[in-house]
Design a protein around this ligand. Structure first.
Ligand SMILES: *Cc1c(COP(=O)(O)O)cnc(C)c1O
Length: 357
């Protein structure tokens, strides 16, 4: 018997989420964001669940090449652009669309020997202050890019820092509009949060990531509750031992949990080496035999412990849902002070994964 932990990926949920997003964005085209190995799901495992997309967006040249080698012939966008001039030979060979966020990249494209012009996304910095040309340079950069014979289609791109919180995307969006509203180019601005909350930003292409996988960009499931997204990843394990505690008995490393009376505790084969957040405090939600309960004590490398008070029928072998269909990853993340994004990306290589069509 293998250790009982297992992740299941539902391609039907991925297809469902993509079609919901498509309905939601109307005529806009969709870049399905599959960076970070498809948010930890495994790009090679799941991209075919998204083959109705208009394009794939990612960061890593190796992931782009993998998609080409597995047969994807549509557009691929490099969200961070290329990292050195020599990369352009691969961009040319694999027909990749690249973000351009700095002068040196346009100079390198101009100087390269390409078999055909490259389509580029001109990244405008509208307030995030990570990548991009200052929005005030939009006109000048756009004209420069269009003057280069090695440049094909030019799309304007920007990224919102606050579409997922109470500040909102409004201020950044008006900066973009002011500086580039008159430029006759296609536009691509919206991430998951702006797709849900800011339809005025959808334009020609949108870039959903987290909502494809059925989790919330804000960490608040109210954000996605209404639109019917389904979680793609289900992480399950089993109870492998049970302890009967008396008042004052303590659990786990650091004795961080003390029983206040007699209490049954279940030991689950899942720990931080599987990707469970080590800092999840006592009280983090988890389901045993379908019953909602909570973790108690520290998360170990290979095990965690749960309160069995609400599920007295639980035994060794009882099914444990760590996150998935009936326990949103967002709720686990919120309890642990992180976001669903991080939990998905952290799913460890040692966890066996099965893919359901
Ligand atoms: C990761 C990323 C996205 C997708 O973000 P979500 O919040 O997962 O929708 C979109 N655009 C860029 C530039 C990104 O890096």
């Amino acid at each position: 018997m293998p250790r009982p932990i297992a992740a299941t990926l539902h391609l039907s949920a991925l297809r469902h989420n993509l079609s919901l997003i498509r309905r939601h964005v109307g005529s806009a085209n969709i870049w399905s964001v599959v960076k970070a190995n498809a948010y930890g799901h495994g790009l090679a495992r799941i991209w075919q669940g998204l083959d109705a997309t208009d394009g794939f967006a990612l960061l890593d040249l190796n992931e782009a090449i993998l998609l080409r080698e597995q047969g994807w012939q549509g557009p691929i966008l490099l969200l961070e652009g290329f990292f050195q001039p020599q990369d352009l030979a691969l961009l040319d060979h694999y027909r990749l669309t690249t973000t351009v966020h700095s002068d040196w990249q346009l100079e390198a494209i101009n100087a390269a020997r390409l078999s055909a012009p490259l389509n580029i996304y001109l990244k405008l910095n509208s307030g995030m202050n990570r990548l991009g040309f200052p929005v005030g340079q939009a006109d000048a950069v756009w004209q420069w890019a269009n003057s280069l014979s090695n440049v094909g289609e030019v799309t304007l791109m920007s990224h919102f820092a606050n579409a997922d919180n109470h500040i909102g995307a409004g201020e950044q969006f008006s900066r973009i509009q002011q500086a580039s509203g008159h430029i006759p180019a296609a536009r691509c601005f919206a991430n998951s949060a702006a797709i849900l909350r800011n339809p005025e930003t959808h334009y020609d292409w949108v870039r959903p990531g987290i909502i494809l996988y059925g989790a919330s960009p804000s960490g608040d499931i109210a954000d996605i509750a209404g639109i019917g997204l389904r979680p793609v990843m289900q992480l399950q394990s089993e109870i492998i031992a049970i302890q009967a505690l008396s008042a004052g008995h303590q659990v786990g490393y650091g004795s961080r949990y003390s029983a206040s009376g007699s209490q049954r505790i279940g030991v689950v084969a899942c720990g931080y080496a599987d990707g469970y957040p080590r800092l999840a405090p006592s009280g983090t939600p988890i389901r045993v035999d379908g019953v909602l309960t909570q973790t108690v004590g520290a998360i170990s490398m290979d095990m965690l412990t749960v309160d069995l008070t609400p599920c007295p029928q639980a035994q060794v072998g009882s099914q444990v849902e760590i996150w998935g269909e009936t326990l949103p990853i967002d709720n686990v993340a919120a309890a642990a002070g992180t976001v669903g994004y991080e939990l998905m990306c952290a799913l460890a290589a040692r966890v066996p994964v099965s893919v359901c069509p």
